[in-house]
Design a protein around this ligand. Structure first.
Ligand SMILES: CC(C)(COP(=O)(O)OP(=O)(O)OC[C@H]1O[C@@H](n2cnc3c(N)ncnc32)[C@H](O)[C@@H]1OP(=O)(O)O)[C@@H](O)C(=O)NCCC(=O)NCCS
Length: 167
């Protein structure tokens, strides 16, 4: 099930965020950088995000949060362009259609805010970038970024938003 998160979810989202980053980036980012991530440090950022706009969370059968996604205005481009800021699901819950459902909720929210397209930044080394390609993402640029002293390439994909919705 997908639901909109509330302020009280900030601590759990921060915990899932750190766990999912460690799973996703273990072979991509340096170990010390990942080991140093802390849910406690991330919680204030999630409180701020929750106050600013919707965050969607995926729940398992026991109503535990196992993933999350959020978006909003693009941090770089025109006001008509949205951005998917984050989409993370614990590995144990991937491959069951949940990531797509979270993704659809964010895209529908961006559509309702008047966006006709959406960008997402994803590391070139992250195989999840093919998920965006699978759903119409077109590679528009690549830029170097640094994480924990390691140089990486981040790709930007653009997804055109259709006016209709099935969420
Ligand atoms: C990317 C992610 C959210 C996808 O969620 P998921 O629940 O595993 O994907 P779904 O089960 O909803 O898949 C929906 C469709 O996308 C496809 N798909 C899923 N991951 C894919 C991938 N990495 N590459 C290509 N296709 C993919 C599925 O095969 C499925 O196709 P179908 O409709 O033909 O059956 C999830 O793998 C994840 O959290 N990854 C780690 C975190 C991450 O890297 N996030 C992106 C950071 S920018």
């Amino acid at each position: 099930m997908i639901r909109a998160a509330v302020l009280e979810d900030a601590a759990v989202i921060a915990r899932i965020h750190v766990a999912s980053w460690r799973e996703t980036y273990r072979t991509i980012m340096p170990d010390p950088y990942l080991d140093h991530l802390s849910a406690e440090n991330r919680e204030p950022g999630w409180r701020k995000s929750l106050a600013e706009g919707p965050v969607f969370v995926a729940l398992d059968q026991t109503n535990e949060i196992v993933g999350f996604a959020n978006g909003g205005p693009s941090r770089k481009n025109s006001v008509m362009e949205g951005e998917l800021y984050a989409l993370y699901l614990l590995k144990s819950h991937q491959g069951q259609g949940t990531g797509k459902r979270l993704f659809d909720h964010v895209l529908e929210d961006l559509r309702q805010q008047g966006c006709s397209s959406c960008v997402v930044n994803v590391l070139a080394d992250n195989p999840s970038r093919f998920f965006y390609e699978r759903f119409g993402g077109r590679l528009v640029s690549g830029q170097p970024i640094e994480r924990g002293g390691k140089q990486l390439i981040e790709y930007t994909y653009r997804i055109m938003l259709q006016p209709s919705s099935n969420v």
